[in-house]
Design a protein around this ligand. Structure first.
Ligand SMILES: Cc1cc2nc3c(=O)[nH]c(=O)nc-3n(C[C@H](O)[C@H](O)[C@H](O)COP(=O)(O)O)c2cc1C
Length: 190
């Protein structure tokens, strides 16, 4: 599969097999984030990898899922089996959201290349997670990436109306509308 095909095939996964993700793949994901572009090459990001099943259980209640769905939260037996938390060391840079996004994309794509699905999670109870993960004051919890082998196969579709809301059909398949290329690309001027 080409990089382009991998990018097109990626969908956010919110139902996971309970098979562990190999430790060396998790480390590879972090390594791919480590070498990502960084504004001013400041490299303010740090990572917490959670793969221990008990620690995953401690983390899960502090994550929020799929706000457009009534049944978007992974149920018992569907929850992530690993997480990578992206932290911003605020002693290096106060706000590094662009670095965070690039690092997150690298993590997600390296995982997917080996069949592991993911969900980026910005809706976090950061105060609770700071305690669970023992995050020091000078680090912000910027983003979580929940990981595991996919137990669902969401599909992307071109937006027909004006709704950007993902939804499930009668079979339970998640549909993710994307704005049409022609609506977002501007050549040479806006
Ligand atoms: C910065 C960011 C934060 C996100 N936070 C959440 C979240 O808190 N919970 C969740 O279920 N999905 C979250 N998502 C996943 C988006 O809902 C998802 O990317 C979007 O619906 C498009 O679906 P796709 O990733 O399959 O293209 C987040 C995505 C990004 C990029």
């Amino acid at each position: 599969m080409t990089t382009y095909e991998l990018i097109l095939s990626r969908r956010t996964i919110r139902k996971f097999e309970q098979t562990p993700v190999p430790t060396d793949l998790l480390e590879k994901c972090v390594n791919a984030a480590r070498v990502a572009p960084s504004g001013g090459n400041l490299q303010p990001l740090e990572y917490i990898v959670v793969a221990d099943p008990e620690q995953c259980q401690q983390v899960f209640p502090h994550t929020a899922w799929a706000s457009y769905l009534d049944d978007g939260t992974p149920g018992p037996g569907e929850q992530p089996v690993a997480y990578i938390f992206i932290l911003t060391n605020t002693e290096i840079r106060a706000n590094a959201q662009q670095d965070v996004g690039i690092a997150a994309a690298n993590i997600v794509l390296v995982a997917l290349d080996e069949g592991v699905g993911s969900c980026m999670i910005g809706s976090l109870d950061r105060d609770a997670l700071r305690k669970v993960l023992k995050v020091p004051e000078h680090c912000q919890i910027s983003l979580a990436i929940a990981l595991g082998y996919p137990a669902e196969q969401p599909v992307m579709e071109e937006m027909t109306g004006d709704s950007i809301k993902y939804y499930r059909d009668e079979q339970g398949t998640l549909h993710v509308p994307k704005r049409a290329l022609a609506d977002v690309v501007h050549w040479n001027r806006s």
